[in-house]
Design a protein around this ligand. Structure first.
Ligand SMILES: [Zn+2]
Length: 434
């Protein structure tokens, strides 16, 4: 059965199509059947029609870096510096995690993300079969990877498990799940292990997902250990010959920026996490000017608290403007591209979603613009980036299925997920056994 959103301001985020200020979008099955001006796109007979006047219609948002199940540890250890936060709070709690915990944490995060207009997220965590089960049930799209600590005694076993996970789930959930191989970071993985992870990714035909140059200390340590920066080390080890999704990339010198551009690395920018953990401000404008594709991510809910992409977009813009002393440094339209088309592209989904174009998967978000904080507005993209929040999202469609209807998440028991996450989160923090 067809579904039509009629009369909204359509931002296709497709360079060839542009905007349709009074537009219609038609979904048939799992795909976008038509998009264009309202008077030129007929609504198919029998279609379910949603009056979208006064709303913006845009591609589903793409969260390029997350550890979704950390929703169970939301806000844990707030205001601690990075090392004690990890060593005293996060790692001991994570050591108690079970697969069921990861399932419920991921389910809650998926519900939260859908509610806010995110239709795709990239995840790196543990117990990924349980995460995949949650993604399958929630109806969201995800790029999943098992985080690999190469310095751990059982690292090779975990790499085999991570590769097996890719084989099991690549194309899973009706194509909504794809996978990556995820050596956690340079500082947790020795060079030999990084090479082996790259070889596994090459054999599987999937990209790499890795944390890169997140903190100044990490970069200084890498230079001490290896004599080069983290991006240069990855290049020397052959990793950058593969498609790579690099999270953070905050502390880069000019050579690093050029290297990432030349290698075609996709960067996931996580502004809230970078602020809260005092990591620093990524050189987003420099990266973009060098031709690097930069998407936006939230990082995990332990360091980010809420998974809303609207706040991430806003902060991404503010940080570039204020640090560069230039209000035009990163315009709203560019930020919206990062959160949709470019994000999909760096997750390897550029031909699947991230734009509203006929034939692409129907991953669609409708935002109610008739809200006190959004009227009047001159420019819809700017109103969305600087003013919108999760609660303004009225409809969300993923792969042609309605997942949020009039602001309510459908097909997912969010109350139950909240109760489970609360109980399980308490257990993880208190240190009792499951
Ligand atoms: Zn991360």
């Amino acid at each position: 059965l067809a579904l039509a959103f009629v009369g909204g301001y359509v931002l296709t985020m497709d360079p060839g199509l542009g905007d349709f200020p009074d537009g219609t979008l038609v979904v048939e099955g799992s795909r976008i059947a038509a998009v264009g001006p309202r008077d030129r796109v007929p609504v198919p007979p029998g279609a379910r029609v949603v009056d979208a006047r006064g709303s913006a219609i845009l591609p589903g948002l793409v969260n390029c870096h997350n550890h979704a199940a950390m929703a169970l540890l939301r806000g844990y250890g707030a205001d601690l510096p990075l090392r004690p936060w990890l060593e005293e709070k996060i790692w001991p709690a994570e050591a108690r995690l079970t697969g069921e915990d990861v399932y419920w944490g991921t389910l809650l995060a998926a519900g939260e993300m859908l509610r806010g207009g995110t239709t795709t997220f990239a995840d790196m965590y543990f117990f990924m079969d349980d995460a995949a089960r949650a993604v399958e049930e929630a109806g969201i799209r995800a790029v999943l990877s098992r985080g690999l600590i190469g310095a751990a005694p059982d690292a090779r076993q975990k790499l085999r498990e991570g590769a097996d996970f890719c084989r099991r789930w690549q194309g899973g959930a009706g194509g909504r799940i794809t996978t990556m191989v995820a050596p956690h970071a340079e500082y947790t993985c020795p060079p030999d292990f990084l090479r082996e992870a790259a070889a596994a990714a090459r054999d599987l035909g999937v990209p790499l997902h890795i944390h890169l140059s997140e903190t100044a200390a990490e970069v200084a340590d890498c230079r001490r250990r290896h004599g080069v920066s983290p991006p240069r080390l990855l290049a020397d080890l052959g990793l950058l010959e593969l498609p790579v999704l690099a999270a953070h990339a905050v502390h880069l010198d000019d050579d690093d920026v050029a290297l990432l551009a030349q290698a075609g690395v996709g960067v996931a920018h996580n502004p809230v996490s970078n602020c809260k953990l005092a990591s620093g401000v990524a050189r987003v404008v420099d990266l973009l000017e060098a031709g690097v594709r930069v998407g936006i991510g939230t990082d995990g809910p332990a360091s980010t608290d809420a998974l809303g992409m609207w706040g991430e977009m806003r902060l991404a813009g503010w940080l570039q403007k204020v640090t560069r002393g230039n209000a035009a440094a990163l315009p709203a339209r560019r930020i919206l591209e990062m959160a949709t088309r470019v994000g999909a592209d760096i997750l390897g989904l550029g031909s699947v979603c991230g734009r509203l174009a006929p034939g692409l998967a129907a991953d669609v978000v409708v935002v109610d613009l008739q809200r006190p904080h959004l009227v009047p507005h001159d420019d819809v993209a700017a109103a969305l980036v600087y003013g919108a929040s999760d609660a303004d999202v009225s409809w969300v469609v993923v792969d042609g299925r309605v997942r949020v209807e009039r602001g309510q998440v459908t097909g997912l028991d969010l109350e139950r997920a909240m109760a489970e996450a609360t109980a399980r989160g308490r257990r993880l923090r208190e240190g009792s056994l499951p």
